[in-house]
Ligand binder design. Structure first.
Ligand code: IMP
Length: 249
């Protein structure tokens, strides 16, 4: 009996089956974003026997870069972060850049949301409420752009000019007059998503994880997970030390 040669896909599936858990690094030290992302990743269906698992910078022993957010758009900033972390750790990395846009302020603070005012999250919330004092138009929207980048910058998505994947999500709502609720982070206590009578600070992860800008952007990421897993299976031996990249955990 002649033995048939395994197809490329069969070989990939076999390699993935051996790897079981395939790791991707979150290029962010923000613990709130990390909590939201681990919820999203835990709901991804497995690909064959393999599952994509999220690592945080704290899980790795190697030094990771401080990335300055010098980009003019969410996508540029997310790419700066994802590419730098992927290169440093030798494994695929996912980054998020996000912000709040307020219609009455011509879209501000937007990409500058994290740096709109000195200090802490509550300081920035107060800065925003001060700027909005007396303004009746309270329409606002959160935007998130997620980028996945790879350590050797290889293009796996078939687009000639791109060697990364990005997905954007938006969540529309209105700005409250005063902060309400203690859950979430950033501008959550003053953002009431459309269709709800409470802020994200009051609604918490149960609702936010379904309707937020980040949750919507992650739906785009979920679609490319099979490509990401295939990429890792193909390049496993080439640029990874085990399945952990250059760093260990
Ligand atoms: P960066 O993406 O690290 O540049 O920071 C985004 C900033 O936008 C955060 O520091 C928050 O102030 C704000 N932001 C982004 N996403 C959210 C969210 O889901 N809730 C509240 N604030 C957010």
């Amino acid at each position: 009996m002649t033995k048939t040669k395994p197809t490329c896909l069969t070989r990939l599936r076999k390699r993935l089956a051996k790897m079981r858990e395939i790791k991707i690094l979150l290029a962010s030290g923000n613990r709130h974003k990390a909590r939201e992302f681990s919820g999203f990743f835990s709901e991804l269906p497995p690909f064959g026997d393999a599952k994509l698992a999220l690592l945080s910078p704290g899980d790795l022993s190697c030094e990771l870069p401080e990335v300055e957010e010098t980009g003019a758009s969410y996508e540029e900033n997310a790419l700066l972060k994802a590419a730098a972390f992927a290169r440093a750790a030798g494994m695929p990395a996912i980054a998020d850049d996000s912000g709040i846009e307020v219609r009455a302020l011509g879209g501000e603070p937007g990409v500058r949301s994290a740096r709109a005012a000195e200090g802490s999250d509550p300081d920035r919330v107060n800065w925003l409420l001060d700027r909005m004092r007396g303004i009746r138009d309270r329409v606002a929207c959160f935007t998130a752009c997620l980028v996945i980048a790879f350590p050797n910058g290889k293009n796996i998505f078939g687009a000639a000019e791109r060697d990364y994947f990005s997905a954007e999500g938006r969540c529309f709502g209105t700005l409250a007059e005063t902060p309400r609720g203690t859950r979430g982070f950033g501008y959550d206590p003053v953002f009431t998503p459309d269709g709800y009578g409470a802020t994200f600070g009051e609604l918490g992860d149960e609702i936010k994880s379904r309707i937020s800008h980040r949750a919507i952007a992650f739906k785009g990421v979920a679609q490319i997970v099979p490509s990401v897993l295939k990429y890792i299976a193909v390049h496993h031996n080439e640029n990874c030390n085990g399945d952990l990249g250059r760093c260990t955990n």
